[in-house]
Design a protein around this ligand. Structure first.
Ligand code: AP5
Length: 216
């Protein structure tokens, strides 16, 4: 059986930041649907071209496309032990497709779904000050988690950039889309008895401590 953890939370809640630590601590693969789309985008694949418009508008990429991308990624050998899923599932049909895939592939079921809770006004400040690295997807914040040297990734030395979809108008739409389409997943996983609610307004290290306690 594989160990599967789904990280839930609005844009800017800290899913990517925390997934990197959980993946290291638990020795599980980190699968970020957003990073996968951004990789396709940078390589200008057919999928990247298709996803681009949705991402720029802060809308969700259609379920069928997203589900097949994740299924393909999860078939990689590095997921045999399990994975931290960051940004997927994001709709009830995606969650149902994930359950089906896990059962069909004999990987098991989602063991825990920590939900990182953060108020909407905090999210806007977090996304507005976010800087990411292209090489490894490492994430910083100019105020809350600055890199040692401005504009340079501490881990791999690559240049940091601000995401296109972190512009104020796109952020507002991403948050709206999250509340409309993704919040039903909180009940979905609560009903399955695997939801863990985490206060995401705390400093990064405190959120990490609570998250680790919830999944261990
Ligand atoms: P995606 O890349 O998944 O974006 P998201 O879910 O909106 O999440 P973010 O990456 O913006 O935030 P995060 O929670 O990871 O926060 P982070 O750790 O970076 O998706 C992008 C797009 O791709 C979507 O809009 C959609 O178009 C498409 N897509 C992706 N998945 C899809 C799916 N399943 N279905 C359909 N479409 C899909 O932290 C944010 C900032 O806050 C950073 O600067 C960080 O340093 C800082 N920070 C983190 N934690 C704290 C803390 N505790 N205190 C202070 N600052 C903190």
């Amino acid at each position: 059986m594989a160990d599967l953890i789904v990280l839930l939370g609005p844009p800017g809640a800290g899913k990517g930041t925390q997934a990197k630590v959980l993946s290291r601590e638990l020795n599980l693969a980190h699968i970020s649907s957003g990073d996968l789309f951004r990789d396709h985008l940078s390589r200008k694949t057919e999928l990247g071209v298709l996803a681009q418009g949705y991402m720029q508008r802060g809308e969700l990429v259609p379920d069928n496309v997203t589900i097949s991308m994740i299924r393909e990624r999860m078939a990689n050998t590095d997921c045999a032990k399990g994975a931290i899923l960051d940004g997927f599932p994001r709709t009830v049909p995606q969650a149902e497709a994930l359950d089906l895939f896990l059962a069909d592939s004999k990987m098991g079921a989602v063991r825990k779904a920590p939900y990182i809770k953060v108020e909407a006004q905090v999210l806007v400040e977090r996304l507005g000050g976010r800087w990411s690295c292209r090489a490894g997807g490492h994430v910083y914040h100019e105020k809350f988690n600055p890199p040692k040297a401005a504009g340079v990734c501490d881990v791999d030395g690559s240049a940091l950039y601000q995401r296109e979809d972190d512009k104020a108008e796109t952020v507002a739409n991403r948050i709206r889309v999250y509340f409309e389409q993704t919040t039903p997943l909180i009940e979905y996983y609560r009903r399955k008895g695997v939801l863990a609610e985490i206060d995401g307004a705390m400093p990064i290290e405190d959120v990490t401590r609570e998250l680790l306690a919830s999944v261990r």
